[in-house]
Design a protein around this ligand. Structure first.
Ligand SMILES: Cc1cc2nc3c(=O)[nH]c(=O)nc-3n(C[C@H](O)[C@H](O)[C@H](O)COP(=O)(O)OP(=O)(O)OC[C@H]3O[C@@H](n4cnc5c(N)ncnc54)[C@H](O)[C@@H]3O)c2cc1C
Length: 397
């Protein structure tokens, strides 16, 4: 199938935000084209999902497909922070389904394939180079297929940018900025046969995963006299383990001449709670990843002819595992706004304002809940598309 020259809506990016956003609109009868620069299955971090995911999967008709894939079900979270153990049990809050630990390559592939099954014209290995927004009057999206020099264009009525941290439109408009209050670095990798923590703080061998569901285990590294935290997320074949530290730590490690991967592994074993879970486990060579300054924001989340969803809009902090659910929620909100605007163009501006308030409100909550050592809100943002002088500013405490 060739990429069409025109359609109702172009969605940039086939992660959870893009695939679900495209699905919602296709199910309403719109002609949707979805472009992803990679080919599924493709790797992504972000494997711990909270139970709110089910609502957005249900709205897109994708619930059964995710349920039937056999992802690890989790019952809650176990947190050891400054030596104090706390447990969060999802069932106690009335959720009728457990949350999940998902391999994102598989999870995202299911949603991408589901979008196609719902009538979305989806294309992989198509990189969006930019968007000519034309003030909202028939925007057009420029793209290039992998291995091809030719640039194609698709004219459309709306563009949803779900390009993740690439943030195609926000970067093009120059409205994306590092969130100074949250300058972190994250290092992570995968282990075989790590023990895990289930409800009641009970430690189990990896082989018990299918009988006894895990919790997501998180612990601070305060016992080392440092600031930071670790995640431990058992998946079907391996366990994802990551360390989050202030970005300045990068300079400290560089000066010490220790390779980042070695530094990461040393910390995993030095933190006693995690070290005990790792007794007898094997590190998967080559599985090391690092990312810095992944917390950022934009000064507008929608404009004439476009909406930003998921990481293409903003990302705050991974501690509460809300990134994927935020992508799904904002995709739903954008599809709602695009549908209303296409049916009644005279209320397009008000739809943008409603969407923007919803998105900025949720991001402010995420910031408010994030770690107090870093985040200090001087003035909350109240709406989107607001002049930069009225935007919230953050600073280190
Ligand atoms: C260290 C860390 C840990 C995290 N842990 C968690 C967690 O445990 N739980 C959680 O919920 N979230 C977590 N997150 C956040 C989570 O990874 C993201 O919020 C989530 O992936 C956002 O989904 P998305 O659909 O917006 O973007 P993505 O999943 O990044 O998808 C974007 C898609 O756009 C495509 N794309 C990019 N540029 C272009 C282009 N120019 N043209 C075409 N296609 C393009 C990409 O190929 C990709 O498929 C974590 C984040 C970090 C940094």
């Amino acid at each position: 199938m060739d990429v069409p020259r025109s359609c109702d809506v172009v969605v940039i990016g086939g992660g959870p935000g893009g695939s679900l956003g495209a699905t919602y609109l296709a199910r309403k009868g719109y002609d949707v084209v979805l472009l992803d620069k990679e080919k599924h299955p493709r790797y992504r971090v972000g494997e711990s999902l909270i139970p709110h995911m089910w609502k957005y999967l249900r709205l897109g008709g994708a619930e059964e497909k995710i349920l039937n894939d056999g992802f690890i079900k989790k019952t809650g979270g176990t947190v050891i922070w400054n030596g104090v153990i706390r447990e969060l049990v999802f069932g106690q809050f009335g959720f009728d389904r457990p949350a999940m630990h998902v391999e994102r390559d598989r999870y995202d592939q299911i949603l991408f394939e589901h979008a196609k099954a719902q009538g979305v014209r989806a294309f992989e290995e198509m990189t969006v180079l930019g968007v000519d927004l034309n003030g909202g009057e028939r925007p057009s999206v420029r793209f290039r297929a992998a291995g091809d020099d030719a640039v194609g264009t698709i004219a459309c009525r709306y563009v949803i940018d779900a390009s993740g941290q690439n943030a195609v439109i926000a970067k093009q408009l120059g409205v994306r900025e590092i969130d100074e209050g949250f300058r972190f670095m994250s290092l992570w990798g995968y282990f075989l046969d790590s023990k895990y923590v289930a409800l009641g703080g009970k430690v189990h061998p990896f082989k018990d995963l299918n009988q006894t569901p895990p919790t997501t285990f998180v612990c601070s590294v305060d016992e080392l006299g440092e600031w930071g935290w670790l995640w431990h997320i058992p998946l079907r074949e391996s366990t994802s383990i990551g360390l989050v530290v202030p970005v300045e730590q990068l300079q400290v490690v560089k000066k010490s001449d220790e390779a980042l991967e070695k530094y990461f592994l040393r910390k995993c074993y030095e933190v006693s709670y995690l070290g005990r879970l790792l007794e007898g486990a094997t590190y998967l060579e080559g599985s090391f990843h690092v990312i810095r300054d992944y917390s950022y924001r934009t000064s507008l989340y929608a404009g004439p002819g476009f909406y930003l969803v998921g990481d293409a809009a903003a990302f705050v902090d991974p501690l509460f595992s809300v990134g994927v659910v935020f992508a799904m929620y904002s995709a739903f909100a954008a599809s709602w706004a695009v549908d209303r605007s296409l049916r009644r163009p005279e209320i397009a501006e008000s739809n943008r304002a409603i969407f923007s308030r919803q998105i900025s409100g949720r991001l402010e909550v995420a910031r408010a809940l994030a770690l107090p050592r870093y985040a200090k809100l001087e003035r909350p943002a109240t709406s989107l598309g607001c002049p930069s002088s009225s935007r919230a500013r953050w600073r280190r405490s």
